[in-house]
Design a protein around this ligand. Structure first.
Ligand SMILES: [Fe+2]
Length: 313
């Protein structure tokens, strides 16, 4: 007989982690508390504000016609192109009025359970620092441009905003079943690298990993190399992912309402019990049950991918 999982906490305060739950051992800087929040947003130099402006201008050459309507509308609603790194207080006020979300500064990547807790409370933790000119094109750790430009406009969409909160709640459940990897894959293929078929025909990007970089918007939306497969939550949570290169496969949603429904109506208790500890499918695999929009050539990855000189086509 299956044992009953303990009840999901109410998230008003950071819930206690059970002793047998594994989380990555990140060292907490001395100046932040259990919530990992910076006391205030960083002061940025004039050059750092210019870096934001240059990154913003570069993305605006690529994104119209490739980013989803909700994202483009969010940029406008929050006036993210007004110049310089946005002030989190102002963003939080505007977002608060629209969907009840806030943007809060964190020093770096934060532990999963703390990240989930903030999401469950409609707080989006954003990196405090901004990349340097030397790492203009590619950064390993998310900075304020990735987090604020890439993620925050989507939080102006009410359905998407609800999805992100549900994701945070789901995180606590996944930890209890030791299935964080599977939930991580769902985040990866939706929040970071998701595509949406607007109006049933118009393929656009909504994932922040696509929207905050110069190359992947073209590759994800128009490239011949990657697979594009309609999203199925069970399938995606069994699929491996790489974090250091363009994606061999993108998953496509019909609408944010569909994404929300697939996530909220799924019985995750049952799903987690049925998942193997590791991933079942390679990230380039196409399987029998897939509803395939585009079967990719995988040419970019077959030629060696990042660092090989292969053209992302
Ligand atoms: Fe991100």
């Amino acid at each position: 007989m299956a044992t009953l999982a303990p009840p999901v906490p109410d998230f008003a305060t950071l819930p206690e982690l059970a002793a047998d739950v594994f989380t990555a051992p990140l060292r907490r800087p001395a100046h932040v508390g259990e919530d990992w929040l910076e006391p205030r947003q960083a002061d940025y130099s004039a050059e750092e504000h210019r870096i934001w402006d240059d990154l913003f201008a570069r993305q605006m050459e690529v994104l119209p016609g490739r980013a989803c309507s909700a994202f483009m509308a969010g940029l406008d609603k929050l006036d993210l192109g007004r110049g310089g790194v946005p002030e989190f207080g102002r963003l939080s006020e505007q977002l608060g009025r629209l969907t009840g979300w806030r943007v809060v500064p964190v020093p770096m990547l934060i532990p999963d359970h703390v990240f989930f807790w903030h999401l469950a409370n409609r707080r989006f933790p954003a990196g405090n620092f901004i990349r340097s000119r030397e790492s203009f094109d590619y950064i390993e750790e998310p900075d304020v441009f990735h987090d604020v430009f890439g993620h925050v406009p989507m939080l102006t969409d009410p359905t998407y905003a609800d999805y992100m909160q549900e994701y945070g709640r789901a995180g606590w459940k996944a930890m209890r079943y030791n299935r964080l990897k599977a939930l991580g894959a769902l985040y990866w293929y939706t929040v970071e690298f998701g595509l949406i078929l607007e109006g049933g025909t118009d393929l656009r990007a909504y994932g922040a990993g696509i929207l905050s970089g110069p190359t992947e918007a073209r590759f994800a939306v128009e490239g011949q190399s990657p697979n594009r497969i309609m999203l199925n939550v069970d399938r995606v949570m069994r699929t491996d992912y790489v974090i250091s290169d363009l994606q061999p496969t993108y998953f496509v949603i019909e609408s944010f309402a569909d994404l929300y429904r697939q996530t909220v109506e799924r019985d995750f208790d049952r799903l987690y019990r049925s998942l193997a500890p590791g991933f079942t499918y390679a990230n380039a695999a196409v399987i029998d049950v897939d509803n395939v929009l585009h079967r990719g050539t995988q040419e970019y990855h077959l030629r060696g991918g990042r660092g090989s000189g292969a053209v992302p086509v």
